[in-house]
Ligand binder design. Sequence first.
Ligand code: FAD
Length: 353
Amino acid sequence: MSDLPDVLDSLVIGAGQAGLSASYHLQRRGLQHVVLDADAAPGGAWQHRWDSLSMHDVHGVAALPDAEPPGEDTGRANVAVPAYFAAYEREHGLPVVRPVRVDRVTEDDGLLVIRAGERSWTSRTLVNATGTWTQPFVPRYPGMDTFVGEQLHTHDFPGAEHFRGRRVVVVGGGASAVQFLGELAPLTDTLWVTRRAPVWRTDDFSPEAGRAAVALVEERVRRGLPPASVVSVTGLALRPQEREAERLGAYDRQPMFASVEPDGVRWADGRFEHVDVILWATGFRPAISHLAPLRLRSPAGGIQLDGTTAVADRRVQLVGYGPSASTIGANRAGRAAARGVAEWIGDTAGLRP
Ligand code: FAD
């Protein structure tokens, strides 16, 4: 890295699927860049996912450009995907620097300054690929601080055995909640609560349905709204390993409770259920606080994008955000972001310091 120029063409933050895809395409275009990654090892968020999540559960991951992905029979996702990413970084010679957690990106005389503690990098453009894993979201409910049992989030799921013999309320209407109930119900007593009635996929999920779901999220970010999760609009499906939980009634969902009490949860109509554990499977938010000084947020609360380009500052690309927050979307977004960077560099080539 010692022969890096003082001013980079681009800097990628994050080495998950989105950041690696972007780096591959930047490299192909001959654009000088580094990838800064907060994790100590390759694998993006996949290295932190729970042990019982198998490649079969996630139906494999999309291929990074020019590299066959691990198949559905390759065991634990938190081992197979990190090994795939590590080999990819090595074989393509991608300029990943870790562990570096970026804490602030600021503007300086037409250039972007990317800071991590005492260190800083200067770049003409930025590709933000920081995912959501570091921003688990837990909604607030009255009384939740008084609960004497255990509260935890998907982010910290320790495996089903941890819950044996304890009554668990699983909160949330996404794929993680469905998987957790499938694992917990055969071991212990569960309750499932969601804000909205879950939408089950009845037919085989087609590519057209997938594209339609992504288009909905795309429309939100085009308008500058906070993105919804792509998975939240594709609908839920039960897998064969969840049939036992279904038979036990684990998917008989109840509406959201109104408050939490020291030893349970209470609904607005006064009904009370004793629980020992609240498992918040309530999703994640984009990890973008380091971009705050650039003031990218629209009045609607999200970052308005034109493709992957931030409308408020066309030097900035966001990948793995909104419609591209899936392995397949992240992959495509990486290519689009490199194109966006090349266009900016091309447009401003005559202005280079
Ligand atoms: P990540 O893999 O999260 O990588 C982000 C990287 O950025 C990390 O390496 C992190 O260290 C780094 N980073 C974060 N902040 C900073 C910072 N400030 N400075 C430096 N580096 C930073 N998608 C599917 O297609 N199929 C699935 O089955 C599926 N299951 C999922 C299950 C869960 C529980 C979740 C949360 C997501 C799931 N997704 C799934 C979504 C998918 O994993 C991601 O959208 C996709 O992998 C793209 O990842 P990414 O590169 O955007 O982010």
